[in-house]
Ligand binder design. Sequence first.
Ligand code: CA
Length: 504
Amino acid sequence: MGRLLALTLAYLAYLLAAAIGSERQQHSVQHGPCSYTFILPEVEHCQPLKDFQVTNTLQRDSPPEAEPGTGQSKPVKAQKERPSWQETKLESLESAMENNTQWLQKLENFIQENVRSGMEEMKRAAVHTQTAAMLEMGTNLLSQSAEQTRKLTDVETQVLNQTSRLEIQLLEYSLFTNRLEKHILLQTQEISRLSDKNSFLEQRLLALEARYGKELQGLESEKQQLQELLERQSRLVSQLQGELGSTTLNSTSLQKQQAVLTDTVQQLLAMVNHCNEISNVPKEEPLSFRDCAEIRQSGVTESGIYSIRLPNSTQTVKVFCDMKTRGGGWTVLQHRTNGSVDFHRGWRDYKLGFGELSGEHWLGNDIIHKLTSSQEYSLHVQLKDREGNEAFSQYEHFYIDGEENNYSLHAEHFSGTAGRTSSLTHTGTQFSTKDRDNDRCTCKCSQLASGGWWFEACGPSNLNGIYYPASSSVVRYNGIKWYYWKGPNLMATTTTMMVRPANF
Ligand SMILES: [Ca+2]
């Protein structure tokens, strides 16, 4: 194709040159339907150079057939034959013309073939492209059609389903309506039957009323008589009930009199007991002593129950005074001897005191606080084991705080024979009972060890633990304890805690 284009361009250039030189001498040649015009060189008006040779301005497809010895023989021949140069020129032009004609025919053929083949190729390509586009469009249309068909099918299915549901519902409604109609019919029949029966019964009732009207009147008068009789009987019953009530009252008053008599007898017995007790108790001192020490200092030497007036208070309390131990004058705070009193008690009991002054008792934390905080007191702890061995622990400075500080313990300057180390916990330990846990244990010592005491966690002593008899052989951890004397468990022990002014 490139070559074809070059040839075409060359030919066009030639045609252009011919047009430019149209004023010059032209020669036209008709070849079939085509005509060709040529411009011939005008040699007659110019003097050619020596080395210039006029040649055909047109190029041949192939070089002219070589004539042997043409180059050198031409001038010779010209000289020999001397044909006119125009004839020669004409001949050469004719031959060139022929060559050109042939060349143009070839070119035309070539162009026609190329055009034909190009057109066919273009047609084929166009057909191919169109076919592919058509195929693609067809495919798209098919797929769209399939999609639409599927959607239509879905819609159709839904409509069918809906329709069938509606049909079923309609059927059910019609069945229900039929049943209702039947039921209504039956009810209507029943109502008519009942109304018939009702009218029949009404007629019968009217007949019966007419028939039994007289009998009814008789019965009513009889009923009135019976009512009157019933009222009379009721009045009689009321009278009888009144009589019964008065009889019961008499019985109750008799029972009350009996109870009063019993009380009187008990009071008399109590008075007799009290008189006996008073006769046993030594003569009380005037209520001006603040503790047993003052009573002892007043000359009293017999142990027993005495009244004292608490310091800075008008309150008088009864206490047991030990007038024998180490010079006497001891106010007893606590005493255990036989286990007759339960010491596993709550906060309030330990606050106010409990037990028998002449026997086992706890004087009471409020009294102990008021007494020991009024001046400096010593504490004496007297112990006796089940074999009768005695020992003591003494604290020269002793007092307890008030309830606001949970009766905290203060006991210092220890001495004595009941262990080389003090069994009382250190200063500041608070008092705990089973219902008031003030110890330093995550447990509740008062519940574990029993009784109320200055438990730390839970500490080496508890003189308010459970009193175990001498026969007990198992070691208990909730019994009476004064650890540094006899270990964790004292049995059948006698204990006494008592205070006396430090300067006694
Ligand atoms: Ca605790």
